[in-house]
Design a protein around this ligand. Structure first.
Ligand code: MN
Length: 302
């Protein structure tokens, strides 16, 4: 059975995160409070292609140290170079076609900034940041950092398209059934499917996403057609949880971020950078932050 299209969203407004990240917020859906409609995905900021001018005097655009607890931040980079470091002692640089999967878990502070080279030369920034919820039993897990480099993202290449499997298990099908499967390397705490799908010429693709999973498609380049409807760059398409088959076409070199996952059907308590299950857990997060408990390494080592 085909998944049906519930709706699509294209939000024109953008805002700055720090002084270097120009984003459009597409989840929560239509400016609602954070909710389970898109669970396990809590938040999506889309940084549509944007020209960063060469920076002067060694300035590096950045988002300064801020805390998180209770979920994961996943940054998918199409173009730019960004560095990260956090108070769990992790850090790294990711560039084009790479993904940073940070588990905030019990809590950390992190900062993100453009590399010196990218800041000096300027260039096109194009990226997505997703917040993925953690099941209640894993909210206080140890912080973790996974850098998914180009080499560690398996690619399935066919005549008309490439699918880069970041997380989950891609299942491609034709009239005879499933003909190809490929698994991503990201370790997740609940089932999550994340694919970077790229058409290399006009064509069609059919794949399966588990019945019951939240399923969304973000068009990050060109446009696609589904069920005789056209969806353009910047649109987030929300599909039904019921059904498993997805079919789409493109008349050009479209890029689509496919996001799907098993809904986490647990209460959400959200305040700023914390996502827990109850209000008292949010209060506890502030207490722990103020008590320095989100620092796993000595402050002078950062
Ligand atoms: Mn952050």
């Amino acid at each position: 059975m085909q998944k049906t299209i519930i709706g699509s969203e294209k939000w024109q407004m953008h805002h700055m995160v720090g002084d270097g990240f120009r984003v459009t917020n597409l989840i929560p859906w239509y400016g609602q409070e954070m909710n389970n409609l898109t669970s396990p995905f809590l938040m999506l900021d889309y940084n549509a292609p944007w020209q960063l001018e060469p920076q002067k005097n060694g300035h590096r655009p950045w988002v300064g140290f801020h805390p998180h607890r209770g979920f994961e931040t996943v940054t998918i980079v199409y173009s730019w170079e960004v560095e990260h470091r956090d108070t769990a002692g992790n850090g790294g640089t990711i560039g084009a076609d790479e993904v940073q999967w940070m588990t905030a878990g019990s809590g950390l502070l992190h900062e993100e900034f453009m590399t010196s080279e990218f800041s000096r030369t300027g260039g096109i920034q194009h990226a997505v940041q997703l917040w993925v919820n953690l099941p209640k039993v894993h909210k206080m897990t140890e912080p973790r950092y996974q850098a998914l480099t180009r080499e560690s993202i398996p690619e399935v290449i066919f005549g008309g398209w490439t699918v880069r499997v970041i997380a989950g298990n891609l299942k491609l099908q034709n009239l005879d059934g499933i003909y190809e499967e490929s698994s991503g390397n990201a370790e997740t705490f609940s089932p999550v499917e994340l694919y970077d799908l790229r058409f290399t010429k006009p064509g069609k693709i059919d794949f399966l996403i588990e019945d019951g999973y939240t399923t969304m498609l973000l068009v990050v380049e060109w446009s696609i057609e589904m069920k005789d409807q056209s969806y353009r760059h910047g649109e987030l398409i929300h599909l039904s949880r019921s059904g498993s088959e997805i079919s789409m076409e493109s008349s050009g070199n479209a890029k689509v971020l496919v996001m799907a996952g098993k809904p986490i059907d647990e209460a959400i308590a959200h305040y700023g950078p914390f996502v827990m299950n109850t209000h008292s857990e949010i209060m506890q997060a502030f207490t722990d932050l103020n008590d320095g408990k989100m620092w796993k390494i000595p402050k002078n080592t950062l």
